[in-house]
Design a protein around this ligand. Structure first.
Ligand code: SAM
Length: 270
């Protein structure tokens, strides 16, 4: 897959793609990452990419012309489309659809190329949103100074899902949010030593009982999801992904916790 990143700060990207799995994937030709300076698509002598907003107000807005010119020139030298794969033109924006694992998987499955437009200042002229891009993504409900970090996050999340990028084909399969994990959070992981500062690894993990280990992992994954992300658990329940035994176990846990809370309240009142 090829990733093109349009930015006014090309140097921003020196480093993050030069380590670990992404570095190896680039060296092996599994992914290609190309950084483009948006200013090189301007024709005025100051290479101006932004201007004051119509209607007044603070901050500057990215002009449409350099962005359209850049994307159109990238598309013009696209390689012939590979089978049914498409090119996504992504604007990073706090107003976009929330970027989740399912979106990363969709881009990894459907695209041969993703072009990212990194905004700055107040953002980009709305005509870019209306007439150029295919997707507008936010990486979370907070506002950053620019789209460069979100673009890096997205490249990383998509690239690791591509065939052969991770060492083992199964590494990403049971990650948090994955389809195989029913959208739940991953279970906790432990490694040697079995005891560290008096804290022991759960016995089941060193029991050698694969069936029991799998059962334990699923239980703690359910418990962690219940505590940290009840929204994901509710979604898994709605989709019918939990077995009857799991639903019973969760209901029992919920009741135990409610009883504990009632006891604590009574203790503090007496
Ligand atoms: N005025 C915009 C608003 O309130 O929605 C915020 C603009 S922000 C300061 C500048 C640029 O940073 C945006 O154009 C976008 O490219 C990027 N950006 C900031 N927060 C982001 C987020 N949560 N997700 C994706 N991109 C973001």
């Amino acid at each position: 897959m090829r990733f093109d990143l349009l930015t006014i700060f090309p140097e921003f990207f020196s480093g993050p793609f030069d380590f670990g799995i992404l570095k190896r994937a680039r060296q092996q030709g599994l992914i290609e990452i190309v950084i483009h300076d948006l200013r090189s698509f301007t024709f005025d002598k100051h290479h101006q990419v932004d201007d004051r907003p119509f209607g007044g107000g603070d901050g500057m807005v990215f002009k449409p012309e350099p962005i359209f010119r850049a994307v159109e020139s990238l598309l013009a030298d696209s390689p012939a489309p590979e089978s049914d794969k498409r090119t996504a033109i992504v604007l990073l924006s706090p107003q976009g659809r929330l970027f989740k694992q399912a979106e990363a998987q969709r881009l990894a499955d459907e695209c041969q190329r993703v072009i990212f437009i990194c905004g700055r200042y107040e953002g980009v002229d709305e005509r870019v949103v209306e007439h150029l891009i295919t997707d507008e993504f936010s990486i979370g409900d907070y506002v950053l100074t620019g789209g460069e970090l979100p673009a890096m996050v997205m490249v990383d999340a998509v690239a690791r899902l591509l065939p052969n990028v991770l060492g083992s084909e199964t590494s990403a399969v049971y990650d948090s949010f994955s389809v195989a994990s029913d959208g739940l959070l991953d279970c906790p992981h432990y490694t040697r030593p079995a005891e560290f500062r008096g804290w022991r690894v759960p016995d089941v993990l060193i029991s050698g009982h694969h069936g029991e280990v799998a059962k334990w992992r699923r239980r703690v994954s359910l418990e962690k999801t219940r505590q940290m992300r009840p929204d994901l658990l509710a979604q898994a329940l709605r989709q019918g992904s939990l077995s009857n035994a799991e639903q019973r176990w969760l209901a029992e846990r919920e009741q135990e916790l409610q009883e504990l809370q009632t006891d604590l309240k009574q203790d503090s009142e007496s």
